[in-house]
Design a protein around this ligand. Structure first.
Ligand code: BGC
Length: 342
């Protein structure tokens, strides 16, 4: 039976939704996040398919951003410096004292959102709201992040809406760590990934997005490929990033095809299809696992994959790419859909 339950711990609300199709999700107001997510496998077993730390403190404050929505910007800003309308802005260098990462130390992942719930026969909307006042970047930004969970299909969509009173940088995503094996039975090295992307962005040794290149053998996921196939190739494994941590740029989105990524686990037969309005996706294969436990076990390298649809990180400091600068009062409107099959 479908159900919606709410639990409050301190000031944080946890909203559990079970659709009657084989999906169970717990959302949290802290970082407008996915706290838990379970789907059925080919034998109808409902199991966890994202990483959820044992400790709430780790979930709230870890720099791994478990299930969090990320903003005002996603990814690294080179040296924490950028320009908007000709003026330079200096951000906090919360990544190795070098770059600004995922909205900086005070990003929306660490904020407790307000919420409301609207339900009808087909779906339930959990609407998270937060007003971020001007700080290191110009403008107050009003966020509305809506999770729409279907009662008819095993899918949900995150709608990202934002508006600022000044021209500013906005690049929002979700940072869930997926592992479709169910309750982390294995790493994701045997998962198969398909990306509708012809190009990717190279990284420098400090993980800053550089130039856009056509996908080469290692980066080519245009046909299903095991994530483990090329991940130990020195080209990426001996580099500072130790696996995939790259932004892939989609082929032109057509009206009927907004699919950017498909992830499959051959054992559980779970399949995740990611659809989006965004032009690109960062695939991060958990190369530097956070020092936390899940069910009492430390997490390992390559134990999961983040599929972060977004604008190109650091695009604001690049030439000839979308800089993700939104005008004052311009409406920011993007979506990511996660569709599950088994
Ligand atoms: C980044 C990684 C980073 C991770 C956790 C990912 O989105 O691309 O480089 O380590 O987030 O913060």
């Amino acid at each position: 039976m479908k159900s919606i339950n709410i639990k409050k711990i301190d000031d944080v609300s946890f909203i559990s939704i079970v659709n009657n199709k084989g999906l169970s999700i717990v959302l949290s107001t802290f970082g407008a996040s996915i706290f838990q997510l379970e789907t059925i496998d080919h034998l109808n077993r409902l199991e966890s398919i994202v990483l959820t730390p044992d400790s709430l403190n780790d979930f709230y404050y870890s720099d791994a951003y478990f299930g969090k929505c990320v903003g005002r910007f996603s990814g690294r800003i080179n040296n924490g410096v950028c320009k908007i309308d000709g003026k330079q802005y200096v951000l906090d260098k919360n990544w190795n004292d070098m770059h600004s990462l995922h909205g900086g130390k005070d990003g929306i992942s660490f904020k407790n959102f307000d919420y409301e719930i609207k339900e009808n026969k087909e779906y339930v909307d959990v609407i998270f709201k937060y007003l971020e006042l001007e700080d290191l970047l110009p403008g107050d930004v009003n966020y509305k992040i809506t999770y729409r969970i279907s009662f008819l299909k095993n899918e949900f969509t995150i709608f990202f809406n934002a508006i600022s009173n000044k021209d500013t940088l906005i690049n929002l995503t979700n940072h869930a760590y997926f592992n479709l094996s169910g309750n982390i039975k294995k790493t994701i090295l045997d998962h198969k990934l398909k990306l509708n992307c012809d190009y990717y962005t190279d990284l420098d040794e400090t993980l800053i997005t550089k130039e856009i290149k056509p996908v080469d053998k290692i980066m080519d996921f245009r046909r299903f490929k095991k994530i483990g196939k090329d991940i130990f190739n020195p080209q990426i494994h001996d580099a500072a990033y130790k696996g995939y941590d790259h932004c892939f740029i989609r082929q032109n989105k057509s009206k009927n095809n907004d699919v950017i990524a498909i992830l499959k686990d051959p054992l559980s037969k779970r399949k995740l299809t990611v659809k989006t309005s965004y032009p690109s996706i960062v695939c991060y294969t958990c190369n530097y696992p956070a020092n936390i436990t899940i069910n009492g076990n430390k997490i390992n390298q390559h134990q999961s994959i983040c599929l972060e649809c977004q604008y190109i990180p650091n695009g604001i400091n690049m030439e000839n790419v979308n800089k993700a600068i939104f005008k004052a009062n311009e409406i920011y409107e993007e979506y990511i859909t996660y569709q599950f099959d088994n």
